[in-house]
Write a protein that binds this ligand. Structure first.
Ligand SMILES: *Cc1c(COP(=O)(O)O)cnc(C)c1O
Ligand code: SF4
Length: 307
């Protein structure tokens, strides 16, 4: 990449900036989609540490969704009926500044030592028909470890569906782990779902299109979740284009999340009235199957709350 003197995308400088307790991290494959001359680039704004992260804002907490108290065993969340979320990896390929897990005590909570305990918990509960692999990001596991985990889940008879929640398809569409998942999906008895995390149409390119084609050919259903983010995708144009571009790459919009109020993320928040107005405009413009559900995670609710 050639950078002229006006370039805002200088990764050495980004790395040396204060990081407010959450390191700067972005792979080359993602950085390439940033316009280096646009200080307001919607991808750059998601990854660049910002002094506003250091400000304390009332109502923004370190554990906004109360997850830390919902673990029946470390690394397993069983909040909703019929499905459990297994935090399979403490890492992500990309650090999103608004992330609600930026203060999560990953090293204590997520450890492969806990997998057997989590699998035992699932085996004991007949009502669990879906296992969601999340994190961090499950696609940061080494492929052998991930395949081993998938094989163990597959042996639990009441589990019918395996869902991945991952931003890796966007962060690194050409990562070798995708190939392992595709080969697994071609043979598995489970329904396989991949919920990617894409916030802006500019995150989608030829590499993501090729990856999603391969995923779909292997039988994996592709859905997308986004977070509504001020200055990044809080316009009808961006959201409408996102839905259409996702669909052109074989992905259906699923959720549009109101930001979880984690400390350091207040400057990304879109207020409720604006969020609802945007969603209503989207509804007027999009076919129903391209309209994501606008939801918020409210501690103690048995589902993601529609707004
Ligand atoms: C979001 C979430 C799920 C999945 O919810 P769906 O509505 O099925 O997408 C499951 N478990 C936990 C803990 C979650 O946060
Ligand atoms: S990929 Fe997801 S979990 Fe990881 S930093 Fe970004 S928002 Fe957080």
């Amino acid at each position: 990449m050639t950078l002229d003197s006006a370039a805002v995308l200088d990764t050495d400088t980004l790395r040396k900036q204060p990081d407010y307790g959450f390191a700067f991290k972005a792979p080359q494959a993602f950085l390439q989609r940033i316009n280096p001359n646009d200080p307001k680039d919607p991808l750059l704004l998601q990854i660049r540490p910002d002094p506003q992260e250091g400000q304390e804002v009332a109502g923004f907490k370190t554990d906004p969704v109360g997850d830390l108290h919902k673990n029946p065993i470390p690394s397993l969340l069983h909040k909703y009926h019929g499905r459990v979320l297994l935090m399979a990896s403490p890492r992500c390929d990309l650090h999103c500044r608004y992330c609600f897990r930026r203060h999560f005590p990953y090293q204590e909570q997520i450890n492969r030592r806990h997998w057997q305990e989590a699998l035992d918990y699932i085996r004991r509960d007949d009502s669990i028909h879906e296992v969601i692999l999340s994190g961090g990001d499950p696609l940061t596991l080494n492929p052998e470890a991930l395949l081993q985990l998938l094989a163990e889940i597959e042996q639990i008879p009441q589990v019918k569906t395996l869902r991945f929640h991952s931003r890796t398809p966007i962060a690194i569409p050409e990562k070798p782990v995708h190939r392992s998942i595709i080969q697994w999906a071609e043979k598995t008895r489970l329904n396989a779902v991949m919920v990617i995390h894409c916030n802006h149409p500019q995150e989608l390119n030829q590499e993501t299109a090729a990856l999603f084609t391969a995923y779909r050919q292997s039988g994996i259903h592709l859905l997308n979740q986004s977070v509504l983010l001020k200055q990044i995708n809080d316009s009808i144009e961006a959201l409408e284009a996102l839905s259409h571009k996702l669909f052109s790459q074989g992905v259906l919009p699923y959720y549009l999340h109101q930001l979880d109020r984690v400390s350091g993320s207040a400057h990304f928040e879109v207020n409720q009235a604006t969020a609802q107005a945007l969603h209503t405009s989207l509804r007027e413009r999009l076919p129903g199957y391209l309209l994501p559900k606008l939801v918020q995670e409210i501690s103690g609710e048995p589902y993601k709350t529609p707004l």
